[in-house]
Design a protein around this ligand. Structure first.
Ligand SMILES: *Cc1c(COP(=O)(O)O)cnc(C)c1O
Length: 404
């Protein structure tokens, strides 16, 4: 069986995790601090806080930003449930909008239509690793007429004086827009280092801050280190210094710090990230080459004059296939011992969001991209022979199910 997205666990990873274990320091410590510093350098953002997951990082951010009941947060209907779940838990309303025709990302025109005086944040999701139009989204929230309608309801919102722009970069570590890496494309970026993502720490995530100059990023860093550790003003490392035991809690915080065991994996992954990206690009190119001759194949956009993907997911679409035919093609691919996937079931098709009144019929472009989509395996260790096996399996499956 060709797996869909196994993590790259080799002797190097095992050695570094062992070294972390043997150091005696297994919670947040020097490796986590180094990992944060390395991410900040790589992305070119102002500061980075490592956390236990994308989800908890974003939850804490929404809390800190003062987002709650009565507020609206705009996001695409085409994403993983985590993007919307955190909004629900904050008490605010997820305002789902459709994606653009040209790719799998949120539509700028749809965002503009959805903005109201209650809008506090916009979350763009870099689906499959392809960056959203953050230059245009940033310009939109700074426009005088849009700013004029903005109503701040917290200290941070007041300080920014406009809608905050958030990048759900769970897929897009290493991607660029006009030469700038994700992490530095808008106010706040959240990465996921879950086991299936491009860069993994088993479970984990990071918040990258890139706010305008009225914000002091050193203060933000300190505040978040406290917020993600119960609100305690000293972490275990600081408390372990001789005689430095006393601490205070000014506000109840959360608990979602990254451990040094996770950071040990992340540091190895980051060191060799370029070779990971290079291999992923080769696989994307090979799939493109193999499918470009097939009249039924709709291949994904991952490179333009301004954007470079992180090559996270190769989202092939089968022209003319219904949702049932797509599912049948997937089954026929699985039957040939190749794992494939669908990214994603649109939020309005999930019970939790149907119950809340969202209807997939309101998102025609999302439905159009989803209903015939199949994600193919992409990872560093996938060999050229395996790529060929995947291609053959897909072609055979399409031939079995479709009659063109
Ligand atoms: C994986 C994923 C998340 C959640 O990441 P966790 O680290 O598992 O919390 C959020 N958004 C998208 C688009 C994802 O694919």
């Amino acid at each position: 069986m060709i797996p869909f997205s196994p993590p790259r666990i080799d002797q190097k990873v095992i050695d570094e995790v062992s070294a972390a274990l043997q150091s005696g320091w297994i919670t947040t410590g020097p490796r986590t601090k180094l990992f944060e510093k390395r991410i900040t350098e790589y992305c070119g953002c102002q500061t980075t806080v490592a956390v236990s997951s994308w989800t908890m990082g974003m939850q804490v951010f929404l809390h800190w930003w003062g987002i709650g009941p009565g507020d609206e947060v705009i996001l695409p209907a085409y994403t993983y449930c985590a993007s919307a779940n955190v909004i629900v838990h904050s008490g605010a309303t997820p305002v789902m909008v459709d994606i653009d025709e040209k790719d799998f990302n949120i539509s700028l025109a749809a965002i503009e239509k959805a903005i109201t005086p209650r809008t506090k944040a916009i979350i763009g999701v870099d689906l499959a690793g392809f960056p959203c139009d953050f230059d245009q989204i940033n310009a939109l929230v700074k426009r005088d007429d849009v700013r004029a309608h903005f109503q701040a309801s917290s200290v941070q919102q007041e300080k920014l004086g406009r809608i905050v722009v958030i990048d759900d970069a769970a897929h897009s570590f290493g991607a660029t827009l006009k030469g700038v890496h994700t992490g530095a494309l808008c106010d706040i970026t959240a990465f996921s280092f879950h086991a299936v993502k491009n860069l993994t720490t088993a479970e984990g995530g990071a918040l990258c801050f890139h706010l305008p100059e009225q914000f002091n990023h050193e203060d933000i860093y300190r505040e978040f280190c406290t917020l993600i550790l119960h609100g305690q003003n000293k972490d275990a490392l600081a408390k372990s210094q001789k005689g430095n035991w006393r601490y205070d809690v000014e506000e109840p915080g959360f608990k979602c710090n990254m451990t040094d065991l996770q950071a040990a994996i992340g540091l190895v992954e980051l060191d060799r990230y370029q070779e990971n990206l290079d291999r992923r690009k080769e696989i994307f190119t090979a799939y493109d080459h193999a499918f470009s001759q097939e009249k039924w194949a709709l291949t994904p956009v991952y490179l333009t004059d301004t954007k470079v993907s992180s090559y996270h997911l190769y989202q092939l679409r089968i022209d003319g296939a219904s949702e049932q035919q797509r599912d049948a093609i997937m089954q026929a691919i699985f039957d040939q011992d190749v794992s494939v996937n669908v990214h994603f079931l649109p939020l309005p098709t999930l019970t939790a969001y149907k119950k809340r009144g969202y209807n997939i019929a309101d998102y025609p472009e999302t439905w159009s991209k989803y209903h015939n989509e199949i994600s193919l395996p992409v990872y560093y260790a996938l060999t050229d022979e395996q790529v060929q096996t995947v291609v053959d399996a897909v072609k055979k499956a399409v031939g079995m199910v479709m009659s063109y």
